[in-house]
Design a protein around this ligand. Structure first.
Ligand code: FAD
Length: 258
């Protein structure tokens, strides 16, 4: 809530508290808007949870919970599930001691200067950058797996419907070009910058967190170059290792976890 005290944080780091908060919000709030999950939405939910179970670089208790939700979902052979049944598994109603997803949100790197700014959408971007990097590092089999899971999750569940439409258009335009794990990481980085560019100066921008073309020259001097005509250009062979290191599991800070 808006009464919460501000949590000091490092603006150039990723926080596990934001990733867990994004999981809580997506699985307990956004998916909960569907009393019954069926058809396309059920396929989206299964793929999303499968990708989380495989690549979420979290605490063992959270990973165990994601694995148990994943195996329960994969065992559901009917075309629909009730959110109630899903919630029982999510809340570990069987009370296995080593599996849990903390209740509630605790935003840190995604805190906003107003309650309606940043938070969950910031958490979603952060989560999927982390997952594309994790898929590359653990050598999954399908380079599009994480991005397709994100595309379908956003399409079926993301509360901001105009955002979902914009994202689907970007996916239709160019997601098929992704053919390696590195290009998947860079695809999400460059689409995120397109969104930043479109939203710079909009009402949804937090004045304390202006939309920039990321990473800034201060964060990664080697990522930027100036062409002969004066235009800016990205040095992708510098951007890739920067993004990989920024979102790698070993760089994620665990401050403020319950
Ligand atoms: P965010 O853009 O949420 O970014 C979170 C963090 O990621 C930043 O603080 C930074 O550390 C890092 N980051 C920034 N850029 C990059 C990059 N290029 N690559 C890697 N990391 C980066 N809002 C709208 O008003 N209209 C829309 O159409 C819209 N579409 C959206 C589509 C999707 C799929 C999502 C997840 C969100 C969308 N949003 C949209 C919300 C918007 O993009 C921001 O998430 C929100 O305004 C909060 O912004 P923020 O300042 O927290 O930074």
């Amino acid at each position: 809530n808006s009464e919460e005290p501000w949590r000091p944080f490092n603006r150039s780091r990723v926080y596990m508290a934001d990733l867990e908060s994004a999981l809580h919000y997506s699985l307990r709030v956004e998916v909960a808007a569907h009393t019954v999950v069926k058809g396309e939405a059920l396929i989206s939910l299964k793929k999303y949870v499968a990708v989380l179970a495989k690549y979420f670089p979290g605490r063992p208790v959270v990973r165990n919970l994601l694995k148990s939700v994943d195996s329960w979902l994969q065992n559901q052979t009917r075309d629909e599930i009730s959110y109630e049944a899903f919630k029982d598994i999510l809340d570990n109603s069987a009370q296995s001691p080593d599996a849990a997803l903390p209740e509630g949100v605790r935003w840190v790197g995604c805190q906003g200067s107003q309650p309606h700014l940043r938070r969950y959408p910031c958490g979603v971007w952060t989560l999927f950058h982390v997952l594309t990097v994790q898929a590359k590092n653990t050598r999954g089999t399908d380079p599009k797996e994480v991005l397709m899971a994100m595309r379908n999750y956003v399409h079926s569940f993301f509360g901001c419907r105009s955002c979902a439409e914009h994202f689907e258009n970007m996916a239709m335009e160019s997601l098929m070009e992704v053919d390696t794990f590195s290009s998947a990481v860079l695809w999400l980085w460059s689409r995120h910058n397109l969104v930043n560019n479109r939203l710079a100066g909009a009402l949804s921008e937090d004045p304390n967190f202006p939309k920039i073309q990321w990473p800034s020259p201060e964060m990664c001097p080697a990522c930027h170059a100036v062409k002969a005509n004066g235009d800016h250009s990205w040095i992708q062979k510098e951007v890739l290792p920067f993004v990989l290191s920024y979102f790698s599991s070993s760089s994620i800070l665990t401050d403020y976890l319950e």
